[in-house]
Design a protein around this ligand. Structure first.
Ligand code: HEM
Length: 436
Protein backbone atom coordinates (compact mmCIF):
# COMPACT_ATOMS: atom_id res chain seq x y z
CA UNK A 1 0.00 0.00 0.00
CA UNK A 2 2.68 2.48 0.92
CA UNK A 3 4.22 3.93 -2.16
CA UNK A 4 7.89 3.95 -1.25
CA UNK A 5 8.99 6.39 -3.95
CA UNK A 6 6.95 9.08 -2.25
CA UNK A 7 9.60 9.38 0.42
CA UNK A 8 13.14 10.61 0.69
CA UNK A 9 15.97 9.01 2.67
CA UNK A 10 17.03 11.20 5.58
CA UNK A 11 19.69 10.71 8.23
CA UNK A 12 18.46 9.89 11.73
CA UNK A 13 21.30 12.12 12.94
CA UNK A 14 21.66 15.09 10.52
CA UNK A 15 24.95 16.90 10.04
CA UNK A 16 25.55 20.50 11.09
CA UNK A 17 26.13 21.39 7.39
CA UNK A 18 22.38 21.36 6.72
CA UNK A 19 21.89 24.26 9.10
CA UNK A 20 24.66 26.24 7.41
CA UNK A 21 23.12 25.77 3.95
CA UNK A 22 19.85 27.36 5.14
CA UNK A 23 21.77 30.33 6.53
CA UNK A 24 23.24 31.02 3.08
CA UNK A 25 19.80 31.92 1.68
CA UNK A 26 19.07 35.66 1.64
CA UNK A 27 15.90 35.80 -0.43
CA UNK A 28 12.73 34.81 1.44
CA UNK A 29 11.24 33.52 -1.83
CA UNK A 30 14.10 31.06 -2.12
CA UNK A 31 13.48 29.90 1.42
CA UNK A 32 9.74 29.39 0.77
CA UNK A 33 10.55 27.49 -2.43
CA UNK A 34 12.85 25.20 -0.46
CA UNK A 35 10.29 24.81 2.32
CA UNK A 36 7.66 23.57 -0.14
CA UNK A 37 10.11 21.27 -1.88
CA UNK A 38 9.86 18.45 0.61
CA UNK A 39 11.89 16.23 -1.74
CA UNK A 40 15.14 18.13 -1.64
CA UNK A 41 14.92 20.71 1.11
CA UNK A 42 17.00 18.85 3.69
CA UNK A 43 16.35 19.71 7.36
CA UNK A 44 13.14 21.69 7.78
CA UNK A 45 13.66 23.73 10.93
CA UNK A 46 16.78 25.72 9.87
CA UNK A 47 14.69 26.98 6.92
CA UNK A 48 11.92 28.16 9.23
CA UNK A 49 14.46 29.97 11.39
CA UNK A 50 15.89 31.62 8.28
CA UNK A 51 12.50 32.74 6.96
CA UNK A 52 11.45 34.03 10.38
CA UNK A 53 14.57 36.16 10.63
CA UNK A 54 14.30 37.45 7.04
CA UNK A 55 10.53 38.06 6.86
CA UNK A 56 8.25 36.61 9.56
CA UNK A 57 5.08 37.58 7.62
CA UNK A 58 6.26 37.06 4.05
CA UNK A 59 3.92 37.58 1.08
CA UNK A 60 4.93 34.99 -1.52
CA UNK A 61 4.41 34.35 -5.23
CA UNK A 62 5.88 30.86 -5.10
CA UNK A 63 3.76 28.31 -7.06
CA UNK A 64 1.86 25.92 -4.80
CA UNK A 65 0.47 28.67 -2.56
CA UNK A 66 -2.21 31.24 -3.48
CA UNK A 67 -0.60 34.35 -5.06
CA UNK A 68 0.41 36.85 -2.40
CA UNK A 69 -0.23 34.34 0.41
CA UNK A 70 1.39 35.47 3.67
CA UNK A 71 3.62 32.77 5.15
CA UNK A 72 3.67 33.33 8.91
CA UNK A 73 6.56 31.89 10.89
CA UNK A 74 6.52 33.96 14.10
CA UNK A 75 4.57 32.40 17.01
CA UNK A 76 2.83 35.68 17.84
CA UNK A 77 1.52 36.06 14.28
CA UNK A 78 0.37 32.46 13.88
CA UNK A 79 -1.40 32.63 17.23
CA UNK A 80 -3.01 36.00 16.46
CA UNK A 81 -4.36 34.92 13.07
CA UNK A 82 -5.51 31.49 14.35
CA UNK A 83 -7.54 33.22 17.06
CA UNK A 84 -8.82 36.03 14.85
CA UNK A 85 -12.46 35.97 13.78
CA UNK A 86 -11.28 37.81 10.63
CA UNK A 87 -9.45 34.72 9.33
CA UNK A 88 -11.48 31.66 8.40
CA UNK A 89 -11.45 28.32 6.64
CA UNK A 90 -14.39 28.78 4.29
CA UNK A 91 -15.73 26.84 1.32
CA UNK A 92 -13.40 28.73 -1.02
CA UNK A 93 -10.49 27.19 0.86
CA UNK A 94 -11.87 23.73 -0.03
CA UNK A 95 -11.67 24.68 -3.73
CA UNK A 96 -8.01 23.72 -3.83
CA UNK A 97 -9.42 20.17 -3.80
CA UNK A 98 -11.64 20.79 -6.85
CA UNK A 99 -8.90 19.33 -8.98
CA UNK A 100 -10.79 19.22 -12.30
CA UNK A 101 -12.71 22.46 -11.70
CA UNK A 102 -16.14 20.76 -12.12
CA UNK A 103 -17.08 20.71 -8.45
CA UNK A 104 -18.14 17.08 -9.02
CA UNK A 105 -15.08 15.11 -7.85
CA UNK A 106 -16.00 12.75 -4.98
CA UNK A 107 -13.05 13.94 -2.90
CA UNK A 108 -14.02 17.58 -3.32
CA UNK A 109 -17.67 16.85 -2.46
CA UNK A 110 -16.70 15.14 0.80
CA UNK A 111 -14.31 17.97 1.71
CA UNK A 112 -16.88 20.64 0.92
CA UNK A 113 -19.17 19.14 3.60
CA UNK A 114 -16.39 18.75 6.16
CA UNK A 115 -16.77 21.16 9.06
CA UNK A 116 -13.27 22.53 8.59
CA UNK A 117 -14.32 24.12 5.29
CA UNK A 118 -17.86 25.28 6.01
CA UNK A 119 -19.09 28.80 6.50
CA UNK A 120 -18.64 29.95 10.08
CA UNK A 121 -22.25 29.36 11.24
CA UNK A 122 -22.37 25.78 9.88
CA UNK A 123 -18.85 25.08 11.11
CA UNK A 124 -19.71 26.19 14.63
CA UNK A 125 -22.99 24.22 14.63
CA UNK A 126 -21.34 20.94 13.55
CA UNK A 127 -18.37 21.49 15.85
CA UNK A 128 -20.76 21.83 18.81
CA UNK A 129 -22.64 18.66 17.80
CA UNK A 130 -19.46 16.60 17.45
CA UNK A 131 -18.15 18.01 20.71
CA UNK A 132 -21.41 16.88 22.31
CA UNK A 133 -20.90 13.40 20.88
CA UNK A 134 -17.42 13.27 22.51
CA UNK A 135 -19.07 12.49 25.83
CA UNK A 136 -17.01 11.11 28.71
CA UNK A 137 -18.83 7.78 28.19
CA UNK A 138 -18.18 7.64 24.44
CA UNK A 139 -14.44 8.44 24.69
CA UNK A 140 -13.58 6.75 28.01
CA UNK A 141 -12.54 3.44 26.41
CA UNK A 142 -9.89 5.11 24.23
CA UNK A 143 -6.91 4.67 26.57
CA UNK A 144 -7.50 0.97 27.07
CA UNK A 145 -8.39 0.44 23.39
CA UNK A 146 -5.12 2.11 22.38
CA UNK A 147 -3.17 0.01 24.88
CA UNK A 148 -4.91 -3.12 23.58
CA UNK A 149 -4.02 -2.28 19.96
CA UNK A 150 -0.42 -1.31 20.90
CA UNK A 151 0.05 -4.63 22.71
CA UNK A 152 -1.38 -6.58 19.74
CA UNK A 153 0.99 -4.81 17.36
CA UNK A 154 4.02 -5.45 19.54
CA UNK A 155 3.00 -9.11 20.08
CA UNK A 156 3.24 -9.53 16.30
CA UNK A 157 6.87 -8.33 16.05
CA UNK A 158 8.42 -8.69 19.49
CA UNK A 159 10.39 -11.83 18.72
CA UNK A 160 11.72 -10.46 15.41
CA UNK A 161 13.90 -7.99 17.31
CA UNK A 162 13.17 -5.32 14.66
CA UNK A 163 10.27 -3.60 12.89
CA UNK A 164 9.33 -0.70 10.71
CA UNK A 165 8.05 1.61 13.44
CA UNK A 166 5.67 3.29 10.98
CA UNK A 167 4.13 0.34 9.17
CA UNK A 168 4.10 -2.09 12.10
CA UNK A 169 3.13 0.28 14.91
CA UNK A 170 2.50 4.01 14.45
CA UNK A 171 0.38 3.85 11.29
CA UNK A 172 -2.11 1.07 12.16
CA UNK A 173 -2.39 2.06 15.83
CA UNK A 174 -4.50 5.26 15.81
CA UNK A 175 -6.72 4.03 12.99
CA UNK A 176 -7.57 0.81 14.79
CA UNK A 177 -8.03 2.63 18.09
CA UNK A 178 -10.42 5.20 16.59
CA UNK A 179 -12.26 2.53 14.58
CA UNK A 180 -12.81 0.49 17.72
CA UNK A 181 -13.91 3.64 19.56
CA UNK A 182 -16.38 4.34 16.75
CA UNK A 183 -17.68 0.76 17.05
CA UNK A 184 -16.73 -0.19 13.46
CA UNK A 185 -16.19 -3.84 12.49
CA UNK A 186 -12.61 -5.19 12.72
CA UNK A 187 -12.95 -6.84 9.29
CA UNK A 188 -13.16 -3.33 7.81
CA UNK A 189 -9.82 -2.20 9.31
CA UNK A 190 -7.61 -3.01 6.30
CA UNK A 191 -10.06 -1.55 3.74
CA UNK A 192 -10.46 1.64 5.76
CA UNK A 193 -6.68 1.83 6.19
CA UNK A 194 -6.20 1.70 2.39
CA UNK A 195 -8.87 4.39 1.80
CA UNK A 196 -7.39 6.54 4.55
CA UNK A 197 -3.97 6.42 2.87
CA UNK A 198 -5.29 7.37 -0.59
CA UNK A 199 -7.59 10.04 0.85
CA UNK A 200 -4.77 11.66 2.78
CA UNK A 201 -2.50 11.76 -0.29
CA UNK A 202 -5.19 13.63 -2.28
CA UNK A 203 -5.52 16.07 0.63
CA UNK A 204 -2.06 17.55 0.06
CA UNK A 205 -2.72 19.76 -2.99
CA UNK A 206 0.96 20.69 -3.28
CA UNK A 207 2.02 17.11 -3.99
CA UNK A 208 -1.14 15.62 -5.62
CA UNK A 209 -0.57 14.07 -9.08
CA UNK A 210 -3.45 12.97 -11.40
CA UNK A 211 -3.01 9.37 -10.17
CA UNK A 212 -3.19 10.49 -6.54
CA UNK A 213 -6.35 12.48 -7.32
CA UNK A 214 -8.01 9.49 -9.02
CA UNK A 215 -7.22 7.29 -6.04
CA UNK A 216 -8.42 9.99 -3.66
CA UNK A 217 -11.77 10.14 -5.48
CA UNK A 218 -12.12 6.34 -5.33
CA UNK A 219 -11.35 6.41 -1.59
CA UNK A 220 -13.92 9.18 -1.07
CA UNK A 221 -16.61 7.06 -2.78
CA UNK A 222 -15.64 3.98 -0.75
CA UNK A 223 -15.72 5.95 2.53
CA UNK A 224 -18.98 7.66 1.64
CA UNK A 225 -20.88 4.45 0.90
CA UNK A 226 -19.39 2.65 3.88
CA UNK A 227 -20.37 5.36 6.38
CA UNK A 228 -23.77 5.80 4.75
CA UNK A 229 -24.48 2.12 5.53
CA UNK A 230 -22.99 2.39 9.05
CA UNK A 231 -25.13 5.44 9.84
CA UNK A 232 -28.21 3.63 8.58
CA UNK A 233 -27.46 0.68 10.89
CA UNK A 234 -26.70 2.88 13.93
CA UNK A 235 -29.89 4.78 13.20
CA UNK A 236 -31.86 1.53 13.45
CA UNK A 237 -29.96 0.17 16.48
CA UNK A 238 -28.02 2.86 18.38
CA UNK A 239 -25.40 1.87 21.01
CA UNK A 240 -23.10 3.66 23.47
CA UNK A 241 -20.55 4.60 20.82
CA UNK A 242 -19.56 7.86 19.20
CA UNK A 243 -21.38 7.20 15.91
CA UNK A 244 -24.62 6.54 17.76
CA UNK A 245 -24.11 9.83 19.57
CA UNK A 246 -23.72 11.54 16.19
CA UNK A 247 -26.85 9.80 14.89
CA UNK A 248 -28.74 11.10 17.91
CA UNK A 249 -27.41 14.55 17.14
CA UNK A 250 -28.66 14.04 13.61
CA UNK A 251 -32.10 13.16 14.91
CA UNK A 252 -32.44 16.12 17.28
CA UNK A 253 -34.20 18.59 15.03
CA UNK A 254 -32.29 17.34 11.99
CA UNK A 255 -29.30 19.43 13.05
CA UNK A 256 -26.70 17.21 11.42
CA UNK A 257 -27.59 16.22 7.85
CA UNK A 258 -26.60 12.82 6.41
CA UNK A 259 -23.91 14.24 4.12
CA UNK A 260 -22.56 16.31 7.01
CA UNK A 261 -22.53 13.22 9.26
CA UNK A 262 -20.69 11.20 6.60
CA UNK A 263 -18.11 13.95 6.04
CA UNK A 264 -17.71 14.35 9.81
CA UNK A 265 -16.95 10.64 10.24
CA UNK A 266 -14.44 10.72 7.39
CA UNK A 267 -12.89 13.82 8.95
CA UNK A 268 -12.64 12.09 12.34
CA UNK A 269 -10.84 9.16 10.73
CA UNK A 270 -8.62 11.35 8.58
CA UNK A 271 -7.91 14.15 11.02
CA UNK A 272 -7.14 11.68 13.78
CA UNK A 273 -5.22 9.00 11.96
CA UNK A 274 -2.14 10.18 10.10
CA UNK A 275 -1.71 13.16 12.38
CA UNK A 276 -1.30 10.84 15.36
CA UNK A 277 0.74 8.26 13.42
CA UNK A 278 3.05 10.99 12.14
CA UNK A 279 3.40 12.48 15.58
CA UNK A 280 4.48 9.11 16.99
CA UNK A 281 7.06 8.75 14.19
CA UNK A 282 8.36 12.30 14.65
CA UNK A 283 8.47 11.70 18.41
CA UNK A 284 10.67 8.61 18.01
CA UNK A 285 13.09 10.45 15.72
CA UNK A 286 13.22 13.40 18.15
CA UNK A 287 13.86 11.03 21.06
CA UNK A 288 16.60 9.14 19.16
CA UNK A 289 18.25 12.51 18.55
CA UNK A 290 18.10 13.26 22.29
CA UNK A 291 19.19 10.00 23.95
CA UNK A 292 19.20 11.51 27.44
CA UNK A 293 15.52 12.45 27.13
CA UNK A 294 14.73 9.03 25.64
CA UNK A 295 16.34 7.40 28.66
CA UNK A 296 14.30 9.54 31.06
CA UNK A 297 11.04 8.70 29.31
CA UNK A 298 11.93 5.00 29.20
CA UNK A 299 12.34 4.93 32.93
CA UNK A 300 9.58 7.29 34.06
CA UNK A 301 5.99 6.75 33.00
CA UNK A 302 4.99 9.78 35.08
CA UNK A 303 6.77 11.95 32.52
CA UNK A 304 4.44 10.86 29.69
CA UNK A 305 1.82 13.67 29.84
CA UNK A 306 4.46 16.45 29.92
CA UNK A 307 6.63 14.66 27.35
CA UNK A 308 3.67 14.40 24.98
CA UNK A 309 3.26 18.19 25.00
CA UNK A 310 6.95 18.74 24.26
CA UNK A 311 6.95 16.11 21.50
CA UNK A 312 3.95 17.89 19.94
CA UNK A 313 5.85 21.18 20.05
CA UNK A 314 9.14 19.75 18.90
CA UNK A 315 7.98 18.20 15.62
CA UNK A 316 4.27 18.65 14.92
CA UNK A 317 2.54 16.49 12.35
CA UNK A 318 0.38 19.34 11.01
CA UNK A 319 2.98 21.85 9.84
CA UNK A 320 0.74 24.34 8.08
CA UNK A 321 -2.89 25.45 7.61
CA UNK A 322 -4.40 28.04 5.33
CA UNK A 323 -6.75 30.83 6.34
CA UNK A 324 -8.72 33.24 4.19
CA UNK A 325 -8.59 36.80 5.50
CA UNK A 326 -12.12 38.22 5.71
CA UNK A 327 -11.16 41.64 7.09
CA UNK A 328 -7.73 43.24 7.01
CA UNK A 329 -5.36 42.03 9.71
CA UNK A 330 -2.34 44.05 10.79
CA UNK A 331 0.78 42.24 11.99
CA UNK A 332 3.23 44.83 13.32
CA UNK A 333 2.66 46.99 10.22
CA UNK A 334 2.36 44.16 7.66
CA UNK A 335 -1.20 44.45 6.41
CA UNK A 336 -2.90 41.32 5.15
CA UNK A 337 -5.77 42.66 3.04
CA UNK A 338 -9.30 41.26 2.84
CA UNK A 339 -9.34 38.35 0.38
CA UNK A 340 -5.70 37.40 0.93
CA UNK A 341 -4.52 34.05 2.28
CA UNK A 342 -2.35 33.30 5.27
CA UNK A 343 -0.31 30.11 5.68
CA UNK A 344 -0.08 29.47 9.41
CA UNK A 345 3.19 27.67 9.96
CA UNK A 346 2.62 25.83 13.23
CA UNK A 347 5.97 24.06 12.91
CA UNK A 348 7.85 27.36 12.70
CA UNK A 349 5.80 28.96 15.49
CA UNK A 350 6.61 26.04 17.78
CA UNK A 351 10.35 26.69 17.36
CA UNK A 352 10.20 30.47 17.72
CA UNK A 353 13.06 31.52 20.04
CA UNK A 354 11.01 34.56 21.10
CA UNK A 355 8.73 32.12 22.96
CA UNK A 356 10.77 28.95 23.55
CA UNK A 357 14.29 29.10 24.96
CA UNK A 358 16.73 26.95 22.99
CA UNK A 359 13.82 25.86 20.75
CA UNK A 360 15.69 23.13 18.83
CA UNK A 361 16.35 21.19 22.00
CA UNK A 362 13.85 18.56 23.08
CA UNK A 363 13.26 19.21 26.77
CA UNK A 364 10.63 16.91 28.24
CA UNK A 365 10.21 19.15 31.29
CA UNK A 366 9.26 22.19 29.23
CA UNK A 367 5.45 21.73 29.26
CA UNK A 368 5.07 24.21 26.39
CA UNK A 369 2.09 26.21 25.25
CA UNK A 370 2.49 24.93 21.68
CA UNK A 371 0.38 25.47 18.56
CA UNK A 372 0.49 21.87 17.27
CA UNK A 373 -3.31 21.72 17.63
CA UNK A 374 -3.78 25.29 16.33
CA UNK A 375 -5.82 27.74 18.44
CA UNK A 376 -9.14 29.55 18.25
CA UNK A 377 -12.18 28.46 16.26
CA UNK A 378 -10.48 25.46 14.58
CA UNK A 379 -8.52 24.27 17.61
CA UNK A 380 -8.19 20.51 17.16
CA UNK A 381 -11.42 18.89 18.22
CA UNK A 382 -9.62 15.62 18.87
CA UNK A 383 -6.79 17.06 20.97
CA UNK A 384 -7.66 15.10 24.09
CA UNK A 385 -8.12 11.91 22.03
CA UNK A 386 -4.73 12.47 20.40
CA UNK A 387 -3.05 13.15 23.75
CA UNK A 388 -4.57 9.99 25.23
CA UNK A 389 -3.48 7.88 22.24
CA UNK A 390 0.09 9.22 22.22
CA UNK A 391 0.53 8.69 25.96
CA UNK A 392 -0.96 5.18 25.82
CA UNK A 393 1.06 4.17 22.74
CA UNK A 394 4.41 5.42 24.07
CA UNK A 395 3.65 3.95 27.52
CA UNK A 396 3.13 0.44 26.06
CA UNK A 397 6.06 0.82 23.65
CA UNK A 398 8.66 1.64 26.32
CA UNK A 399 7.26 -0.94 28.70
CA UNK A 400 7.39 -3.73 26.11
CA UNK A 401 10.50 -2.64 24.17
CA UNK A 402 12.64 -0.66 26.60
CA UNK A 403 15.78 -1.19 24.49
CA UNK A 404 14.32 0.24 21.26
CA UNK A 405 16.91 1.97 19.04
CA UNK A 406 17.26 3.06 15.39
CA UNK A 407 18.25 0.10 13.22
CA UNK A 408 20.26 2.04 10.67
CA UNK A 409 21.52 5.52 9.96
CA UNK A 410 18.56 6.55 7.80
CA UNK A 411 14.78 6.73 7.83
CA UNK A 412 12.40 7.62 4.98
CA UNK A 413 10.61 10.97 5.24
CA UNK A 414 7.31 11.47 3.38
CA UNK A 415 7.34 14.22 0.76
CA UNK A 416 4.22 15.99 1.89
CA UNK A 417 4.53 19.67 2.79
CA UNK A 418 1.46 20.23 4.98
CA UNK A 419 1.59 17.05 7.03
CA UNK A 420 4.94 15.79 8.28
CA UNK A 421 5.99 12.33 9.30
CA UNK A 422 8.23 9.41 8.43
CA UNK A 423 7.18 6.87 5.83
CA UNK A 424 9.61 4.28 7.17
CA UNK A 425 11.63 4.16 10.36
CA UNK A 426 13.46 0.91 11.03
CA UNK A 427 13.97 0.21 14.73
CA UNK A 428 15.51 -2.72 16.60
CA UNK A 429 15.80 -4.11 20.12
CA UNK A 430 17.35 -7.09 21.78
CA UNK A 431 14.40 -9.48 21.76
CA UNK A 432 15.73 -11.47 24.71
CA UNK A 433 15.65 -8.24 26.78
CA UNK A 434 12.16 -7.04 25.84
CA UNK A 435 9.96 -6.02 28.72
CA UNK A 436 7.27 -8.76 28.66
C1 HEM B 1 -1.20 14.45 17.03
C2 HEM B 1 -2.40 14.41 16.52
C3 HEM B 1 -3.13 15.58 15.97
C4 HEM B 1 -2.66 16.80 15.55
C5 HEM B 1 -1.21 17.30 15.51
C6 HEM B 1 -3.82 17.55 15.12
C7 HEM B 1 -3.77 18.86 14.66
C8 HEM B 1 -4.87 19.60 14.26
C9 HEM B 1 -4.80 20.95 13.79
C10 HEM B 1 -3.54 21.79 13.65
C11 HEM B 1 -6.06 21.34 13.49
C12 HEM B 1 -6.49 22.72 12.97
C13 HEM B 1 -6.54 22.70 11.46
C14 HEM B 1 -6.51 24.10 10.93
O1 HEM B 1 -5.71 24.92 11.43
O2 HEM B 1 -7.23 24.41 9.96
C15 HEM B 1 -6.94 20.22 13.76
C16 HEM B 1 -8.30 20.22 13.54
C17 HEM B 1 -9.09 19.13 13.75
N1 HEM B 1 -8.71 17.93 14.33
FE1 HEM B 1 -6.85 17.40 14.91
N2 HEM B 1 -4.95 16.79 15.27
C18 HEM B 1 -4.58 15.58 15.80
C19 HEM B 1 -5.40 14.53 16.13
C20 HEM B 1 -6.76 14.54 15.99
C21 HEM B 1 -7.66 13.47 16.40
C22 HEM B 1 -7.22 12.19 17.12
C23 HEM B 1 -8.91 13.83 16.01
C24 HEM B 1 -10.24 13.12 16.19
C25 HEM B 1 -10.42 11.87 16.26
C26 HEM B 1 -8.82 15.13 15.39
C27 HEM B 1 -9.88 15.84 14.87
C28 HEM B 1 -9.82 17.11 14.38
C29 HEM B 1 -10.96 17.81 13.80
C30 HEM B 1 -12.37 17.25 13.66
C31 HEM B 1 -10.51 19.07 13.42
C32 HEM B 1 -11.34 20.18 12.78
C33 HEM B 1 -11.81 21.15 13.84
C34 HEM B 1 -12.67 22.26 13.29
O3 HEM B 1 -12.84 22.39 12.07
O4 HEM B 1 -13.21 23.01 14.11
N3 HEM B 1 -7.50 15.53 15.40
N4 HEM B 1 -6.18 19.17 14.24
Amino acid sequence: MKDREKGIRRPVFPSAGEVDRALELDDPEEVVTRLLDAKSRGELYPLYHRLRSLAPAHSTQVPGLPPGCFVLTRYRYVDQVARSSSAVNDPRTARVFDHDGTGQGAFYRVMSHAMLFLEKASHDRIRRLVYKAFTPVSVAPLRSLTEEVANELIDAVEHDGAMDFVEDFAYPLPLRAIMRLLGLPREAESTVEAWAWDFARAGDPMSATPEIITRGNAAAIGFHDFFDRVLEEKHRAPGDDLISALVTAEEEGGKLGREEAISTLILLIQAGHETTADLLGNAMIGLFRHPGELERLRTSKALLPKATEELLRYDASVQMSMRLVREEIDLDGTRMPEGSFAALSYGAANRDPEVFRDPDRLDLDRNPNHLAFSAGAYFCLGNSLARTEIQAALGVLFERLPAIRPEGEYFVQRWTARLRGPLELRVAWDSSASGS
